[in-house]
Design a protein around this ligand. Sequence first.
Ligand code: ATP
Length: 211
Amino acid sequence: MIGIFGGTFDPVHYGHLRSALEVKDIFGLTEVRLIPCANPPHREQPAVTAEMRVQMLELAIKNQPDLKIDTRELDRYDLHQAPSYMVDTLESLRQEFPADPLLLFIGTDAFKYLTGWYEWQRLFDYAHIVVMTRPGIETQTLNDFFKARLTGEIKDLVQVISGKLCFSHVTQLDISATAIRNIIARKQNPGFLLPDAVIEYIKQHQLYETH
Ligand code: ATP
């Protein structure tokens, strides 16, 4: 089973990193792929270049062999300059891994808008979707499409390679890249919100210093 974590990683922080490791253990994944987005369709463009976001990811996961960086969205953008649709990413991962269950991890915030994603039903043709919840957060009423795919059993995600929806409690640290960018722009100290090596890189390249 392969875990997939998409994001802008502008910059990567402990909220991303801790949950990526935690789901690896909860679901017994062989690896977790962090997939930086080139041209996010649903939000404003990243503050720094794709190359720099990847370099920060490399620094962050240097000692974590279970986490991998997958640059397929950036490579695709270099060829086509089209929005980075998750359905295209999952289709290409499915071609590369025809027999492995693929688990796409998203936060509850992202799940709320999932039905607005480009060709969202097709996501389930290629992967399972796992929504990372916080204890106590109510899951919204599900539509029939989601209800038909819902499972609470990890073994159901092993038996078929795609098509299921699952909610899983993950320890979520209350950290966001937006808050980190604001802290740096205010010349405050972002220490302990993201790895020191990434903070050093940000300083060296004078990133996020203005809003
Ligand atoms: P921004 O503040 O710029 O919107 P972000 O911190 O939310 O960024 P993204 O790169 O957009 O980070 O996040 C990508 C994925 O990581 C999403 O699925 C999101 O739900 C998840 N994520 C972000 N922050 C956390 C966190 N603190 N804990 C767990 N998951 C997180």
